[in-house]
Ligand binder design. Structure first.
Ligand code: HEM
Length: 489
């Protein structure tokens, strides 16, 4: 009898305990936030796995639940925040609290291991952020970038023809890698160079397998028990990239001219001994920051270039207006330079308009908050995982007239509110100066000499394909036809 009572008591205790665990895990604290019904264990995974376009799903949920809602994916709860007021409030006003990265998630923890910049917090992140931003503002780095980008544009244009239609995607990926190599090592690499092809394969591999949402272990950490080997492969590729950068640094030691730094490695070599003793700026953190930048640039920059080409093909009048401005200002010069930038207002407006509408980065990289956040009527608990919809303010009809229309002329009156292609607040994209500069060099020097023509002008749909991370234009092909300098007054 006693034994039976004990057994019943024990079972009751276990049931109560398990119910409590389920309650803790699935019904708090996310339930205080609106969101679709979440099933135990899987949460909203079925809904997410059925969606062809994850970003579109979040837009549909925003319509139903408002600008703050949550999704449960396996073991994790993600809070989505949209709306210009909410984004400014949380990313800027509460920027210090909302700028942390959740380093306990699977990829940051097991692959990036807190090294580098993207998955670092605190002092290490601050020091690397400062170093990389300062480097991009050095005159000698900018001049070198200009020189090397001229070579890159010439090589890129040789990949196209006036007679055979070419899909630009692969070639633009190559240029993206070279822009990063110019910034990091001072030189573009030939597309056939074995260093280039290896770099491309490694960056692609890490990009594909090192993404948090793409990995099932992010959602169910116990799966890691079965997938150790693939993680070691990603780490192995990363180690090889570290060795590659170390070799480049050693070569730089002999070439380095401390007065005229040309790239990130030069800027790093110019640090004082005491600065380099700071573990935040250790070689392995610095090398990882360079790898992080390759990964961060990979789809974002290529996607933006693709969208830029797409809009110049779709709107030939915009293309013609850009070229007329370039010819008028540069008067037949072989190379457009940074000195011409202030006068090329329409080109600059076109680039801005593409960055507004391009959508390669619609959701900022995962954030977390050491302290709770109040937004609208909700309290986001401390240590949540947060995704911000950066695209939302860029097409908000309250901030923009006809927001979905591609209209470079809208930039005749400068508009700042709601324009956040690079994010906002302390974690704003650290590569933004390079992006703005290189987009300008590339597009002006292409249009100075070539006309871009679509293979089929009726087949340039505005819908975007979801790559798993970004939104890209659907596949298209194009010709590049040489043009002569036209004199305009
Ligand atoms: C048009 C191309 C690009 C766009 C639209 C873009 C946009 C962004 C955005 C929205 C973020 C997220 C910031 C956040 O968490 O709020 C970001 C982060 C970042 N971007 Fe870019 N990016 C571009 C190209 C690049 C390039 C070329 C580089 C490298 C040179 C780069 C390096 C980074 C890095 C390292 C981060 C992480 C910064 C941190 O955690 O502090 N990006 N970028």
């Amino acid at each position: 009898m006693m034994e039976n009572a004990f057994t019943v008591g024990l079972i009751t205790l276990i049931v109560v305990f398990i119910t409590y665990l389920i309650y803790k895990r699935y019904l708090t604290p996310g339930e205080t936030l609106p969101g679709p019904k979440a099933w135990p264990f899987f949460g909203n995974l079925i809904m997410v796995s059925r969606a062809k376009n994850f970003y579109q799903l979040t837009k549909d949920l925003q319509k139903e639940y408002g600008n703050v809602f949550r999704l449960k994916l396996g073991q994790i709860t993600i809070v989505f925040i949209s709306g210009h007021t909410n984004i400014s409030k949380v990313m800027v006003d509460d920027g210090e609290n909302s700028s942390h990265r959740p380093t306990w998630m699977f990829c940051p923890k097991h692959i990036f291991k807190g090294k580098g910049i993207v998955w670092a917090n605190g002092h290490q992140w601050l020091e690397l952020n400062k170093l990389i931003i300062q480097a991009q503002h050095k005159t000698t780095v900018i001049e070198n970038m200009q020189q090397q980008l001229t070579l890159e544009v010439n090589k890129l244009c040789q990949c196209f023809s006036p007679n055979d239609a070419t899909d630009p995607l692969d070639h633009l990926f190559n240029s993206t890698l070279n822009i990063m190599s110019i910034l990091a090592f001072g030189k573009r690499l030939d597309y056939e160079n074995p260093d280039f092809t290896t770099l491309r394969t490694r960056v692609k591999y890490i990009f594909k397998h090192g993404q948090s949402l793409g990995r099932k272990e992010t959602l169910f950490s116990w799966l890691a028990l079965f997938t150790k080997s693939q993680v070691s492969e990603v780490i192995g590729e990363m180690d090889k990239l570290h060795a590659f950068i170390k070799q480049k640094l050693e070569n730089h030691v002999t070439d380095n001219n401390s007065k005229f730094p040309l790239d990130l490695l030069d800027v790093y070599l110019n640090l004082s001994d005491s600065e380099r003793k700071d573990s935040a700026l250790s070689e392995s953190n610095f090398f990882q920051a360079i790898i992080d930048m390759y990964i961060a640039a990979y789809e974002t920059y290529t996607g933006t270039l693709m969208t830029l080409m797409f809009h110049l093909l779709k709107y030939p009048d915009v293309q013609t207006k850009c070229r007329e401005e370039i010819h008028r200002v540069c008067r037949g010069k072989q190379t457009v330079t940074i000195k011409d930038r202030d006068e090329l207002r329409y080109v600059e407006s076109t680039i801005k308009e593409v960055l507004r509408i391009a959508k390669p980065v619609v959701l900022a990289i995962y954030r977390t908050n050491p302290r709770e956040i109040k937004v609208e009527k909700y309290t986001i608990p401390a240590e949540s995982i947060i995704l911000f919809d950066l695209n939302d303010p860029q097409i908000d009809p309250k901030l923009w007239d006809n927001p979905n229309e591609f209209d470079p002329d809208r930039w005749e009156t400068p508009q700042k509110n709601g324009y956040l292609p690079f994010g906002i607040g302390p974690r704003r994209c650290v590569g933004a100066p390079t992006v703005e500069l290189s987009l300008f060099f590339m597009i002006t020097n292409i249009l100075n000499k070539f006309e871009l023509i679509p293979e089929d002008e009726r087949n340039l749909p505005m819908e975007r394909d979801w790559t798993g991370i970004s939104l890209f234009p659907k596949q298209f092909k194009m010709f590049m036809k040489p043009v002569k300098y036209q004199q305009y007054t």
